[in-house]
Structures are given as C-alpha cells and as structure tokens.
Design a protein around this ligand. Structure first.
Ligand code: NDP
Ligand code: GDR
Length: 378
C-alpha cells in the first residue's frame, strides 16, 4: 500500500485528490491549518474515526510556513508521494498579502524539499508541486506550453515562480523525483466561492431563484482556459507515476472570456443576456428567457424580469496587473501521460450550475418557510 501526504487537503484539489487516491488504495495523510471554525466541508465524507484501527485517511495540523512541523510530518508519515497543493491561492489577494504569499507559496515548497532531503528520503519519496498557468502572465506566445517563457504578473505568480524553479533545481541537484504540474484554471462545484467561475454560478443561481438582483464583476474580457478539477487531479497522480521526473502543462486548449462564462451560466437556466457598454460602464441585461427550460428546472418564470441589469462592473475587482489571455498546449501530457480531459467548458458550466442551483434551493426553501437566523449579538 502506498502512502501519500497532501498539503492543502481542505482545498478544492486536495479534496478531489484525497478521494481519488483513497479509491486507488493509498493511505492518505492530509495537512490542515488550524482555523477558528470548521473548514473541512469538502473532506467530511472521507473522515474516518481516528480511534478505528489502521485508518486510511488521517488529518494532521500543519502549516507551510513552519519547517519543523513539515520535517516532523514527513518523518512520521513516511510518504511515497507528496502533493504540495497548499497555497494562498487567490491572485487578487496576493497583492494585499504579498509577503505572506511569498512565504507560503514560494518558500513552502523549499521547506518540503528540504524535509525530504534532510530525512534521507530522496530515493523513496516523489514530490509534486502545484505550479500554475499564472507563471506565463504577460502573454509571450500562445498556446502556452512547457517551453513558453514565464512573465509572472502578481505576487502570487512570482512566489509560484520560485517554487517552480526550486523544484527543478532539487531534481537536478539531488536527483530527486520532483515535478511541476503547470495546471491551467480548473474549477468544480467545490471551487472556492471568490474565484470568478464559482462566484458566477452561485450568483446566476440566486438571480434565477429570485434571491439576488445583480452580480458585480471585474475584468470581463480576461480569457481563461478552464477545465474540471476532477480531470486535473488525475494528471497530478500520473505525473508522479512516470519513469522520469518531468514537468507538464495540463490544460484543455480552449479559451473563453469571463463574459462568455457568464452568458453560458445564464443560458444553462434558459436566460439570455446581452452585454453593452465598455470597460467600467459595461453591463449585462436580460433580453430573453425560455419559459419551458425555467419551468423544467423548477424556476418560477415570474422571477425573470426582461430589461433587468443582472451584471455590472465594479473596478474594485480589477487587478493592478492582469493576465489577459491563457490557453494551454497539453500535447506533452496527452502523448507521454496518456492524459485526456473528460469535461469540456459546456459540461463544466452545467456541472457547476446544477450543483449551485441545488444549493441555492435550500436557501429559497428556508426563506419561503420564514426561517430566521438567530442573532447572537443582541
Ligand atoms: P484552494 O485555495 O482551494 O486550497 C488551498 C489549500 O491550501 C487550502 O487547503 C488551504 O487551507 C491551504 N493553505 C493555504 N495556506 C496554507 C499554509 N500556509 N499552510 C498550509 N496550508 C495552507 O486551492 P486549489 O485547491 O484550487 O488549488 C490547489 C493548488 O493548486 C494551490 O497551490 C493553487 O495555487 C494551485 N493551482 C490551482 C489552480 C486552480 O485553477 N484551482 C491552477 C493552478 C495551480 P485553508 O482551507 O485553511 O484555507
Ligand atoms: P485566476 O482566477 O486569477 O485566474 O487564478 P480567478 O477566478 O480569480 O480570476 C479569473 C479571471 O477573472 C477575472 N475576474 C474576476 N476574478 C475574481 N476572482 N472575481 C471577480 O469578480 C472577477 N471579475 C473578473 C480576473 O481578473 C481574472 O482575469 C486561479 C487561481 O486558482 C490560482 O490559484 C491559479 O494558479 C490560477 O487560477 C491558474
């Protein structure tokens, strides 16, 4: 039985990867930060009572900014594979917390590599670094592949650039099996709510159910190559199963604007919206609705008001420096790993919309039933 250690276990990818590895028969150890509230929603279904004999899934407190903690965890768990998924992963937030982001996202990987090296585990333990298409930043060439030059455009991307190169360096210097997966944006029903896709699918679901009037977004023209997290975590695993340690781009090869994603999400529930205006003045207005589709989904057509402005631009969400266009070339992953995504953009939007509609129905139900949250502060 193989043992895996996953940092970032409470995040989107950590949750999908843990489930995937457990199904493959791995023993999985997850590293979780202490937080003042429970934040294990995404992995609660995998929880095993630690009092049970020989549990296959175990959580440990830890933090990528604490070397002694990481050394102890690697020693105690003796992993065959480490997946370093932990990061302050929000690009916009990295402009507000640049030093912390550098520490966790950049030096964090160095600490893990050093832990493996100092413990004499370089031959036993393979290690995966969650690198990112944000490394490409300012467009140098498209589609972006393993040989496209990097030009990071945020403190997040600069921190990840350090992690990328320290991974390559430890591979070359100490013959470690250490690899970068350069993953393009990947989303899912359990994507963090402040990333643009999930923000959109949640808001569109609420607007359709009459629980919200409007969605405020930043740059609608940014283009991203969006895939499904379920497909991408499989690639992480494949990257660690090869004879040679190498770096791989993981992407769909299809790009779309944020505006397209909004249109597709509304279209999923039968609502057509039209964008007009430019830059900060741009807005999206409802121009048509398919009553049959709405009714089939259990949505009251009376919620939909023609001419209603449902999308507006709020410059608060603009970034000091933006990444305008990402489109990945995953030829190497397709040919060497045999990796191929099962989801495309349409099925990704459908999966996220179905899930968020379901979630928002609970809110609608509680509201209609007159349920009120208790006020703890009176
Ligand atoms: P999430 O933001 O959903 O999850 C990040 C995880 O890292 C959470 O478990 C978080 O814990 C944990 N974490 C944050 N800071 C620390 C720290 N200092 N010490 C320990 N744990 C920490 O990200 P995703 O699952 O979407 O992404 C996984 C990784 O892949 C990240 O490194 C991200 O940068 C990278 N990536 C993601 C892409 C994507 O499109 N999703 C694309 C390319 C790369 P908590 O729950 O406590 O916040
Ligand atoms: P990104 O994802 O920055 O690509 O990083 P995000 O979903 O945050 O932004 C994508 C694009 O949408 C534009 N945008 C908005 N973004 C957010 N979050 N909120 C808004 O309201 C909004 N309006 C427009 C952004 O400007 C951007 O151009 C993600 C993260 O998962 C990283 O950790 C990962 O490395 C990369 O994907 C690949």
């Amino acid at each position: 039985m193989k043992t895996a250690l996953i940092t970032g276990i409470t995040g989107q990818d950590g949750a999908y990867l843990a489930e995937f590895l457990l199904k493959k028969g791995y023993r999985v150890h997850g590293v979780k930060r202490r937080s003042s509230l429970f934040n294990t929603d995404r992995i609660d279904h995998l929880y095993q009572d630690p009092h049970e004999a020989n549990p296959k899934f175990t959580l440990h407190y830890g933090d990528l900014t604490d070397s002694t903690n990481l050394i102890r965890l690697v020693q105690e768990t003796q992993p065959d594979e480490i997946y370093n998924l932990a990061a302050q992963s929000h690009v916009k937030v990295s402009f507000d917390t640049p030093e912390y982001t550098a520490n966790a996202d950049g030096l964090g990987m160095l600490r893990l590599l050093e832990a493996v090296r100092l413990l004499g585990m370089t031959a036993k333990c393979r290690i995966y670094q969650a690198s990112t298409s944000e490394l490409y930043g300012l467009v140098q060439a498209v589609p972006q592949s393993e040989t496209t030059p990097f030009y990071p455009r945020s403190p997040y991307a600069v921190a990840k650039l350090y992690a990328y190169w320290i991974t390559v360096n430890y591979r070359e210097a100490y013959k470690m099996y250490a690899c970068n997966g350069i993953l393009f944006n990947h989303e899912s029903p359990i994507r963090g709510e402040t990333f643009v896709t999930r923000k959109i699918t949640r808001a569109v679901s609420k607007i359709a159910l009459g629980l919200q009037d409007r969605l405020y977004l930043g740059n609608l023209s940014a283009q991203r190559d969006w895939g499904h997290a379920k497909d991408y975590i499989e690639a992480m695993w494949l990257i660690l199963q090869q004879e040679q340690a190498e770096d791989y781009v993981i992407a769909t090869g299809v790009t779309a604007t944020v505006r397209d994603f909004v249109r597709m999400s509304f279209a999923h529930v039968g609502i057509e919206i039209e964008f007009s205006g430019k830059d900060e003045q741009e807005k999206g207005v409802i121009i048509d609705a398919d009553e049959q589709r709405l009714t089939a989904l259990g949505i009251d057509p009376a919620n939909i008001k023609f001419g209603q402005t449902v999308v507006k631009v709020d410059p608060t969400y603009f970034r000091p420096t933006e990444v305008d266009l990402l489109i990945g070339d995953a030829t190497k992953a397709r040919t060497k790993l045999g990796w191929k995504p099962k989801y495309n953009l349409e099925s990704l939007v459908a999966d996220m919309m179905e899930s968020d509609l379901h979630l928002m129905r609970k809110e609608e139900y509680l509201k209609k039933g007159g349920f009120k949250t208790m006020n703890y502060f009176e």
